[in-house]
Design a protein around this ligand. Sequence first.
Ligand code: ADP
Ligand code: MG
Length: 371
Amino acid sequence: MMLGTVVLQPQGHICLRGVSKSYDGDTYIVRDLDLDIEKGEFLTLLGPSGSGKTTTLMMLAGFEFPTSGSIDFDGEAMQDRPPEKRDIGMVFQSYALFPHMSVAENVGYSLRVRGVAKAELDRRVRDALAMVQLEQFANRKPSALSGGQQQRVALARALVFEPRLVLMDEPLGALDKKLREDLQLEIRHIADKLDLTVVYVTHDQSEALTMSDRIAIFNDGKIQQIGNARDIYAAPANRFVASFVGDNNCLCATVEAIDGDIVRARLTSGDIVSAIRTDHAREGAAATIAIRPESIRFAGGDLPGVVKGHVADVVYYGDQIRIHVELSGGARIVTKSAPGTLHASTEIGAPVFLTWDALQARALDARQAKQ
Ligand code: ADP
Ligand code: MG
């Protein structure tokens, strides 16, 4: 909004422009990153190990500095400021609690450093501990708590001074599955309740899909796609995202024809399939057809447009059955069905005929993004 010559920035806005980072002056770990984070947003950086997530978080925190590019908070340049001048709360995988201090002293530490008066400090520590349901443990030492409880203390400690940005790097990585899932929900609820701006790093896609407002998919120091969980799952932008988020069959093909939004492509088996066109598809060019296992149906017979193959493997998971179908030439397609809905032979070697709705498949770039 313009008022005379004054531009009003939305409060709490974080803006990265052209941010690159090289530790050795030679290889770039983060490459020309542009990213906007809104106040109150829960943004997750998701990607394989080594893709530059932690380096990006460290530059937001001020423990690392960009080789080039800018980082603004509310229009104020941050990229050269030390961490203590950025007003940021952090939670890491290792809890990094002070072992000689009680839980309450740990949580109150940042307030004490800031010179907050005792009565106010005690009140805020009590509130923060209540938020993570640890009031009754205020006087214990961290070593007398479980891993999940210690991580809740770390969370309370990061939030007690109401930072304008909370950074979390694989905070639940050391916990077992059930506890991790409980804490995912708890962190998300607290973030909503306090209207926190959170940048959360994980390599666990289900964690990213369940917690985030938006997910930035990292690979090779670059954001491959950014969007909400549904968009990224339903409409992966490239082959890397298609194979990294959820399960996808990524089939090599050649584009035969383009008809509006639909591509017809020939698989290496010779079968012709249909898929949604993306801007990579060119007539006569190679493409990847991405189709999710749950989107594939079994056809009754060798009808026009089906993909022909035979059963190569049957894997039973309890809540689903996966049939691996081998096509002529050796390519494989994995299907996924709920038990009781499976209308196909599960005998190894039996012929099967596969089909899908063209709108469930995507014709993507042919090359595998560098991993
Ligand atoms: P992620 O968090 O996605 O696993 P990181 O940002 O930690 O990725 O690391 C990306 C790459 O940068 C890795 O190859 C790692 O070895 C390298 N790296 C990270 N920190 C440093 C550092 N302080 N000095 C040199 N190289 C580093
Ligand atoms: Mg990391």
